[in-house]
Design a protein around this ligand. Structure first.
Ligand code: MN
Length: 248
């Protein structure tokens, strides 16, 4: 993980992040922790929402501001709140990473599974989105995509199929599986590949929310259009960080 603050793209990211944080009034002390321990931030998920690292308008026209605001402040906020309720009810220590609960989710209630998954999935989702100027995958991640899928285009096609054919509500994933290989999967509802009940298990590094609440205001029934637009707003630097954390 590069921490060189003289890097222009990083400087730009920090400036954007700071403005976005201030504009939504969610700037907290956690931000300095994020800068101090970037890898820690991408591998450990807490039980509360982290501030969005950009404004609600940042992903337009691909994901509209109204959808982002409702999605973050209503849907995702409810998962986080219900997760904390479930943790209290089931005696779960909220100081530990949420990942530890998810990997043994079969021992917990449906409330924990739905809301723990819901909170984790949305925290990951916000983190891997960014402005429309983000470059595509590079370096070790691009190399691994080519090794695992044959080409970047083949990966995109497989991921889009997973997202479009997930019946009802759920997620499409790019994950590092238990053998260290990159694979695509999809899960129903708020399940994810970390869970011990997942059909395909591993560490997710990219996820796409295909619940209707994620796209219906702007795209209505046109899920394929939303899936195609997703590539315009993927922050590949964060995906690469998650890939590095999952493979080292
Ligand atoms: Mn959602």
């Amino acid at each position: 993980m590069k921490t060189n603050s003289s890097n222009p793209s990083r400087r730009e990211f920090l400036a954007t992040t700071t403005k976005a944080g201030l504009s939504v009034g969610l700037m907290g002390t956690a931000f300095s922790d994020l800068l101090a321990q970037p890898n820690q931030q991408v591998v450990d998920t807490g039980f509360t929402q982290t501030p969005l690292p950009y404004a609600y308008t940042a992903l337009e026209p691909h994901i509209d501001a109204r959808t982002m605001e409702i999605h973050y402040t209503k849907h995702a906020a409810a998962y986080a709140s219900n997760l904390r309720d479930a943790a209290k009810e089931e005696g779960v220590d909220t100081a530990q990473p949420l990942e530890l609960v998810l990997t043994s989710i079969s021992k917990y209630s449906a409330k924990m599974r739905n809301n723990g998954g819901g909170h984790y999935n949305h925290e990951l989702f916000w983190s891997i989105l960014g402005t429309a100027s983000e470059p595509g995958p590079e370096g070790a991640l691009l190399k691994s995509l080519k090794t695992s899928f044959g080409s970047y285009e083949a990966f995109v096609s497989q991921f889009e199929t997973a997202a479009k054919t997930r019946f009802g509500s759920g997620w499409a994933w790019l994950l590092v599986d238990t053998t260290g290989k990159l694979v695509v999967s999809s899960t129903p509802n708020q399940d994810n590949p970390l869970m011990d009940i997942a059909e395909v298990k591993g560490t997710p590094i990219l996820g796409l929310d295909v619940w209707e609440h994620a796209y219906y205001l702007h795209y209505q029934n046109r899920r394929p259009d939303y899936v195609a637009a997703f590539w315009k707003v993927v922050n590949w630097k964060v995906v690469a960080d998650r890939f590095a954390a999952a493979t080292t």
